[in-house]
Design a protein around this ligand. Structure first.
Ligand SMILES: [Zn+2]
Length: 276
């Protein structure tokens, strides 16, 4: 399916406006030649036309009970590919909902891949995972003939490779504020080991903390993503900046979605793929 984002309303408003001005007899404009009206054509009115964005949907592990979708947005403008994953853990709905919000953001350049419900059966059951699925967050790089978790992560990895991702975000939730209970990762960002990941995570934390007054609720940069996770794989094997973003389950869902979305938006927009 092809989705265009031309500014058609503006185009028609501008055309109608030109016609109205000409035919209502606004002196100097009426005296302008028809070529000047052509210069006022739709293309000339839009200073930087938004490039066409192609949208496609890919079924991961098709034909299985745990099949899920990846949504791919490809701008005609050259640029990097970013991947946003949510729903790796089914009892962490904020990451999934934040990823869904991403599907509404216009892609300005490059490509954006959104996988909002990685573990769709677990999300439906509101549980971390199901015994028959196993933990996606320990399953990377996955395997084509492996457990369901390995098959799902294998297909995610295949997408990462096919589209040569330049950045990967995985949106999760911890059960408590890390500042209160260091055993939990709530309100933290876990960046990859490379400098870019660490510096971007620090910037993202500084940015989001402007919105948070209570110290215990402030985000911090924690250690690197755990082995077997989405961000760990992308960072250590594909060598691209990658992040696990953790909100805190102690917060209302709307706040968790907000923080998850805002942090992800900050990180993705750093690549110019979406607007800030
Ligand atoms: Zn999680």
């Amino acid at each position: 399916m092809i989705t265009n984002f031309p500014k058609k309303p503006m185009v028609w408003i501008s055309v109608l406006f030109s016609i109205i001005i000409v035919y209502t007899g606004c002196g100097t404009l009426v005296n302008q030649s028809s070529s000047s009206i052509r210069q006022d054509s739709p293309t000339a009115q839009v200073s930087q036309p938004q490039a066409e964005v192609k949208k496609s949907v890919v079924d991961l592990v098709p034909g299985t009970a745990y099949m899920t979708q990846a949504y791919i947005y490809e701008s005609a403008n050259e640029g990097p590919t970013v991947m946003v994953v949510g729903g790796i853990h089914g009892n962490e709905p904020a990451g999934s909902l934040a990823a869904i919000k991403f599907m509404e953001i216009p892609v300005l350049k490059g490509k954006m891949i959104v996988i909002p419900k990685a573990n769709t059966l677990a999300l439906d059951a509101n549980t971390r995972t199901l015994p028959e699925i196993e933990d996606l967050n320990r399953a990377y790089p996955g395997g084509i003939d492996g457990t369901p978790a390995q098959r799902i992560t294998y297909d995610i990895v295949e997408l990462m490779k096919k589209y040569q991702v330049g950045m990967v975000l995985d949106l999760h939730e911890g059960y408590a504020f890390n500042a209160v209970d260091p055993k939990s990762v709530g309100e933290t960002i876990l960046p990859g080991t490379d400098d870019t990941s660490v510096l971007l995570a620090m910037d993202a934390v500084e940015n989001i903390n402007k919105q948070i007054t209570e110290d215990k609720k402030k985000f911090s940069v924690l250690a690197n993503p755990i082995a077997g996770s989405t961000a760990h794989y992308a960072n250590t094997v594909l060598k691209v900046p990658a992040f696990t973003v953790e909100t805190c389950g102690d917060q209302p869902l709307a706040d968790r979605v907000h923080f998850s979305f805002e942090i992800a938006k900050f990180l993705v927009s750093s690549q110019g793929v979406i607007d800030k």
